[in-house]
Design a protein around this ligand. Sequence first.
Ligand code: NAD
Length: 258
Amino acid sequence: MPRTAVITGSTSGIGLGIARAFATDGANVVVNGFGEPAAIEAVIAELSALTTGKVIHHPADMTRPDEIEDMISTAAQKFGTIDVLVNNAGIQHVAKIEEFPPEKWDQLIAILLSSAFHTMRHTIPLMKSAGKGRIINIASAHGLVASPFKSAYVAAKHGIMGLTKTAALELARENITVNAICPGFVLTPLVEKQIPDQAREKGISEAQVKDEVLLRLQATKEFVGIDDVASAALYLAGDAARNITGTHISIDGGWTAQ
Ligand code: NAD
């Protein structure tokens, strides 16, 4: 029986990389996230070619608790249970607190934090019945340290670290582990979108934004690879990680060592 992995926000970037890793490992994969229908079809076709399991897409909007419930129950009906839940969907908004639009604050907290509460509350009973499970929350170096102008993102990412620890303690005797991964900067659409804006605002080149702003604290001076994060997720989902719970793996090129 293949494992079943539900990965939120897996039509792009890190989530897609994690979906590829689980598909290559032979899992059934529930892809979630936005995109043009043709692009989503291409993702399903690519992942289906990698796995002996099945791949479906569920369009749940992570700001909508009713749609999240439908995604989890659809996965359970289709595949029987959920072995691995990866909470990954995310967006960013950069502004001073006093200029931060309140609706953006609500949207970031909903997608980056509350959605994980909703996926977890529906998935945990399935995992308890199955007697096993793995929950992996894609947090960030910003779950451990702050940067200015990213109040909602940093607050949500610190929040998911707390949710990770609490869930780990609640599930410690259930053979269900709950961990976070804290990447530094990874060149995905989420980050690439920020580069021209920052270049314009700071009056510097896009290359300077990469070197002097994004990689300023990444001691390796390298972006983290999508595959680096996907490998860690696969490891946390494996048997060798059964005694790792309530903690995080930092993949940040030395950022938070400072
Ligand atoms: P991305 O923009 O490439 O992908 C984001 C994914 O989330 C997409 O599939 C998108 O459709 C989906 N998504 C956005 N809003 C959604 C919603 N309301 N409902 C459902 N899906 C939604 O971004 P990424 O860089 O791959 O980010 C993935 C995760 O990794 C995020 O949680 C992000 O905070 C985290 N992260 C990213 C970096 C980085 O440098 N890129 C670093 C640390 C942590």
